[in-house]
Design a binder for this molecule. Structure first.
Ligand SMILES: Cc1cc2nc3c(=O)[nH]c(=O)nc-3n(C[C@H](O)[C@H](O)[C@H](O)COP(=O)(O)OP(=O)(O)OC[C@H]3O[C@@H](n4cnc5c(N)ncnc54)[C@H](O)[C@@H]3O)c2cc1C
Length: 444
C-alpha cells in the first residue's frame, strides 16, 4: 500500500494501453510504477525512426478525452472520412465511412501517440516511469516482478499490490497465468503476414496521393493499404500470404519486387522510390488472434489490451479496444472502492465476451477488405446501408458504424446488425410479393 492506504499498481508495458492506464490510475490518485522494455519514446525518439501509424476511432477518442489529451492527439492526426479504392487499372473510387465527414477515423503515429501518453502519465507526481526495463518473471501471489535494466544489466524485484499486464500479445505475465488451473488460452495465426513500406512526402512536404483517406488496393487473395502521416508521407502495408506461388516466399530479388508491385499496384509504385530497399530491409510481421480467460487473477493481477486479446488489424480496433479496456477498468475501480477483486471481476465480465466478438469481426473484415471492397455487390450493399441509415437514423446503424463510431459493445453491435438485416430482408420480401401479386392481378 502507498502512504494514503491506496493500493500501489505496477504496470508492465508502457505501450499505448499501459501508458493510458497509467494516466487513469495516476488521475485517480494511486501510486503507479510503469516498467517498459524499450527506451523512452518521448520527443520523437521512435525506434528505427520509422513512422508506423494506426487508425484511432470513437472508442479510443472517448478514452483519451477522459484523461484530457484528445485535443493534442487530434492536432497530430490526419482525419480519414473514407476509403479510397485503387483498381488495377489505376481507377479511384472514394467510399465514405459514415453519413458525412464528421464520421472519420484518424491516422496517428503510434510512436508519437505513445510518447504523448507517457508524457501525460509522467505529469502525475504519483506515477513513475522506468525505461529499458525488461520484466523477466513474476510471482503472481506475491505481486512481484523481476525487472532487468537492459542498459546496465542490473536486476531487481519490484512489488506492488496489483500487477497490470500491458505487455502486449506475447505477455510474460499472461504466460505465467497460463500455468494456473482453468486458465483458457488460444492463439491462431493467419496464413497472411504483413510488411510495412512507404510513400514519402512530395517535394515541399505535400501528399502524393489523396491525404484524407485510407487507401486500399484490394486484390482478392491479398491487399495493400496506406495511411497518411502528418508530414506528407504514407505508411503502406502489404498483407500477403507467407507461402505459395504468389507470396512473400516467392520474392527473392529487387527485380521480383518491381515486377510484382508493378503488375499489381502500378499507381502506387510510381510514388515509392525506395520500394525494393524498404521491402528487403523491413521485417515480415505475422498476424495473430489471441484469446484468454479470465483477464485477472484474484485481486492481484489484471490483464489489459493485446496482453489478453490480440486481434488482427482489419477492423482498426486493436488499440482502440486496449484504450476502451483502460476506460472500463478505471470505471470498475471507481465503482468498487476498496474491493479490487470485485472491480477486476466486473471488468472481465463487461469486456471479455465483446472483445472475443471483435476478434471474429476483424478476421471477417479481412476477407471483405481484400476481396469485396472493389466489387459492385459491396458498393450496392454500402449504398443500401447508407440509405437506410439516412431514412431511419435512430433505428438502422451499419455494423461498421456501430463498431467504429459508437461505444455499443461489439457483441451487441453484431446482434443488432443481424436483427436489422433480418427485418429489412423480411420487409423487402413482403414488398416484393405485394408488387408481384399486384402485377399478376393486373394481367389476369
Ligand atoms: C499491422 C498492424 C496494424 C494495426 N493497425 C491498427 C489500427 O489501425 N487501429 C488500432 O486500433 N489498432 C491497430 N493495430 C493493433 C494495435 O497495434 C495494438 O492493438 C496495440 O498496440 C495494443 O496496445 P498494447 O499497449 O496493449 O500492446 P503493445 O502495443 O504491444 O505494447 C506492449 C508494450 O509492452 C512492452 N513490453 C513487452 N514485453 C515487455 C517486458 N517483458 N517487460 C517490459 N515491457 C514489455 C513493449 O515494449 C510495448 O511497449 C494494428 C496492429 C498491427 C500489427
Amino acid at each position: 500500500m502507498s502512504g494514503d492506504g491506496k493500493p500501489k499498481f505496477v504496470i508492465i508495458g508502457g505501450g499505448p494501453g499501459g501508458s493510458l492506464m497509467a494516466c487513469y490510475l495516476g488521475k485517480a490518485g494511486y501510486a503507479v510504477e510503469v516498467y517498459e522494455l524499450r527506451e523512452d519514446l518521448r520527443g520523437g525518439n521512435i525506434p528505427g525512426g520509422k513512422s508506423i501509424n494506426l487508425a484511432l476511432s470513437h472508442r479510443g477518442i472517448v478514452a483519451l478525452e477522459r484523461v484530457g489529451v484528445i485535443n493534442e492527439v487530434m492536432k497530430m492526426s490526419v482525419p480519414m472520412p473514407g476509403r479510397m479504392i485503387h483498381g488495377r487499372d489505376g481507377s479511384l473510387a472514394f467510399q465514405p465511412y459514415g453519413r458525412d465527414d464528421s464520421q472519420a477515423i484518424h491516422s496517428v503515429s503510434r510512436g508519437d501517440l505513445n510518447g504523448l501518453l507517457l508524457a501525460a502519465a509522467d505529469k502525475y507526481p504519483n506515477v513513475s516511469l522506468f525505461f529499458n526495463a525488461k520484466c523477466t518473471g513474476v510471482d503472481l501471489d506475491a505481486c512481484t516482478a523481476t525487472v532487468i535494466d537492459t542498459v546496465s544489466g542490473e536486476w531487481r524485484t519490484v512489488s506492488g499490490d496489483v500487477l497490470v499486464s500491458a505487455d502486449g500479445a506475447f505477455s510474460g505475465i499472461r504466460r505465467a497465468m497460463q500455468r494456473l488451473n482453468r486458465f483458457d488460452f488460444s492463439q491462431t495465426y493467419l496464413n497472411h503476414g504483413y510488411k510495412e513500406l512507404t510513400i514519402p512526402a512530395a517535394d515541399g512536404g505535400g501528399f502524393r496521393i489523396e491525404k484524407n483517406a485510407l487507401h486500399i488496393w484490394p486484390r482478392g487473395a491479398f491487399m495493400m493499404i496506406a495511411l497518411p502521416n502528418e508530414d506528407g508521407s504514407f505508411t503502406v502495408t502489404i498483407f500477403w500470404p507467407f507461402e505459395g506461388a504468389n507470396s512473400f516466399e516467392s520474392i527473392k530479388t529487387p527485380a521480383d519486387v518491381d515486377r510484382f508491385f508493378g503488375e499489381q499496384f502500378a499507381d502506387a509504385v510510381a510514388h515509392m522510390p525506395t520500394l525494393a530497399t524498404d521491402y528487403f530491409e523491413n521485417e515480415t510481421g505475422s498476424l495473430v488472434t489471441m484469446r484468454s480467460a479470465p483477464w485477472y487473477y484474484k485481486d492481484k493481477v489484471v490483464l489489459l489490451g493485446d496482453a489478453c486479446h490480440a486481434v488482427v488489424p482489419f477492423y482498426g480496433q486493436g488499440m482502440n479496444a486496449a484504450f476502451e479496456d483502460a476506460l472500463v477498468l478505471d470505471e470498475c475501480l471507481a465503482s468498487s472502492p476498496g474491493d479490487l477483486g470485485r472491480a477486476f471481476f466486473e471488468y472481465d465480465r463487461i469486456r471479455r465476451e465483446h472483445v472475443n466478438v471483435l476478434a471474429d469481426l476483424a478476421i471477417s473484415n479481412f476477407v471483405e477488405m481484400r476481396d469485396h471492397t472493389g466489387s459492385k455487390r459491396f458498393l450496392l450493399r454500402k449504398k443500401k446501408e447508407k440509405l437506410l441509415n439516412k431514412l431511419f437514423p435512430h433505428w438502422y446503424l451499419p455494423l461498421y458504424t456501430m463498431a467504429t463510431f459508437t461505444r455499443i459493445p461489439y457483441g451487441e453491435a453484431v446482434s443488432r446488425a443481424r436483427r436489422q438485416d433480418l427485418i429489412v430482408n423480411v420487409v423487402a420480401g413482403v414488398l416484393f410479393l405485394i408488387v408481384v401479386g399486384a402485377v399478376v392481378g393486373w394481367f389476369i
